[in-house]
Design a protein around this ligand. Structure first.
Ligand SMILES: *[C@@H]1O[C@H](CO)[C@@H](O)[C@H](O)[C@H]1NC(C)=O
Ligand SMILES: *[C@@H]1O[C@H](CO)[C@@H](O)[C@H](O)[C@H]1NC(C)=O
Length: 378
């Protein structure tokens, strides 16, 4: 993991004819890691009553804190998340956001920064102890569920940790009681009964023992994923994008480099996890503004004509690239090296959370979170 090359790729690497996925660890990376460690150490000394300067963001007791009138106003990060300073990936600096303790530690470790590593450990402990009071007061053991685990049951030894994020016991406080309702009390023609659960479906994958657990891998035969969906973005934070180049209907010269540019809003870009080890492997999270921490992708597919009515084959595409960098002035870009052969093409975005799952938002009825345009190469 400490090597100087990061493989910033997506499932495209194997399939795309144009691998261009390597970037060196930048000069600022180590410093960003050290700065993040120093900030997180400083945050541990803060309380809600610590003096602060207008506009200052910080973490206080694992909560996101903003300075208002010389005092911190804190906001909980939500279950399983802690507030942390993280090293920026694509430029010098740090950002303060809500994430998991594991993600914080992995991002800092990836910079190579180690100074303050012992204090980083103690901040994990601090996070655990705040969760502990919840655990002991409201733990419910699900003994029926554990006997049904079958082939997909965890092989690791059970723990009685008081840390809610390593405990194998479901907290009462996170049970979605609405999941026990199949919805048919409000019948609508054709509406089917929802599957129901009183334990958040925690052992759902035991009902499909023929499938592997997704386990961070892109399993081409399909799999069953036990990760919760996580933090759902509010209606004010629904991602949206529009292609700037090429634009819908544009003509692009054949076999010549061109740059795909996409304007994006309400996505905290620059967040992508290892697609070969962390695919769908953690819940969606949002930043302090409520925007999903994530990244986008673009995919170009050859189509027979502009007015084709035949569904496309998602296993085939002419160009695919994860847009892993932070947007510059609201624009994500990628060069299509060598361009494309003459033909008609469809260009689409795939806006995603950090762990590559599609962006999840608060309401069902909304405009498309992605863009799709058609262009001709001649
Ligand atoms: C947790 O495990 C420790 C060590 O095995 C044991 O001493 C303790 O009694 C356990 N606590 C509970 C609540 O089971
Ligand atoms: C074409 O694109 C490739 C890949 O991005 C790049 O290496 C190359 O320098 C570009 N060529 C020109 C003429 O811009």
């Amino acid at each position: 993991m400490k090597c100087s090359l990061f493989v910033a790729l997506s499932l495209a690497l194997a399939a795309s004819a144009r691998p261009q996925y390597f970037s060196r660890r930048a000069d600022f990376t180590l410093q960003n890691g050290k700065d993040a460690i120093a900030l997180n150490d400083k945050f541990k000394t803060l309380t809600a009553n610590s003096p602060c300067q207008a506009g200052e963001d910080a973490c206080v007791n694992d909560q996101f804190a903003q300075c208002v009138n010389g005092k911190f106003v804190t906001q909980s990060c939500g279950s399983g998340l802690v507030c942390a300073a993280l090293p920026l990936v694509n430029s010098a600096g740090t950002s303060i956001t809500c994430t998991t303790a594991a993600d914080r530690d992995a991002r800092i470790a990836a910079t190579g920064a180690t100074s303050g590593s012992s204090s980083s450990g103690s901040s994990v402990a601090a996070a655990s102890s705040t969760a502990a009071s919840k655990t002991t007061s409201s733990a419910v053991a699900s003994s029926t569920a554990s006997t049904a685990a079958g082939d997909n049951s965890a092989t690791g030894s059970a723990t009685n940790s008081s840390d809610a994020q390593s405990s194998l016991t479901l907290l009462n406080s996170v049970i979605a009681t609405g999941f026990a309702n199949d919805g048919q009390d409000q019948p609508e023609a054709g509406q089917v009964a929802s599957a129901t659960s009183t334990n958040n479906f925690i052992n759902f994958c035991a009902t499909v023992p023929n499938l592997k657990i997704t386990n961070g891998l892109q399993i081409t035969q399909g799999s069953c994923n036990p990760a919760p969906m996580g933090v759902i973005a509010s209606t004010a934070n629904m991602p949206s994008c529009k292609f700037v180049n090429p634009k819908n209907g544009d003509k692009v010269p054949a076999n010549q480099n061109f740059t795909i540019q996409m304007a994006i809003k309400n996505l905290n870009t620059g967040f992508f996890t290892n697609p070969n080890e962390n695919y769908f492997a953690a819940p969606q999270t949002v930043d302090s503004n409520g925007n999903i921490n994530g990244h986008s992708h673009v995919v170009v597919e050859a189509i027979p004509s502009l007015d084709t009515t035949t569904p496309t084959d998602p296993t085939k595409f002419a160009f695919f690239k994860g847009l892993n960098d932070k947007a510059q002035n609201g624009i994500l870009s990628v060069e299509v090296g060598g361009g494309l052969p003459a033909g008609v093409y469809r260009l689409a975005s795939i806006n995603s959370a950090s762990n590559h799952q599609p962006a999840l938002v608060a309401i069902a009825q909304h405009g498309s979170l992605d863009d799709m345009i058609y262009f001709t190469v001649a």
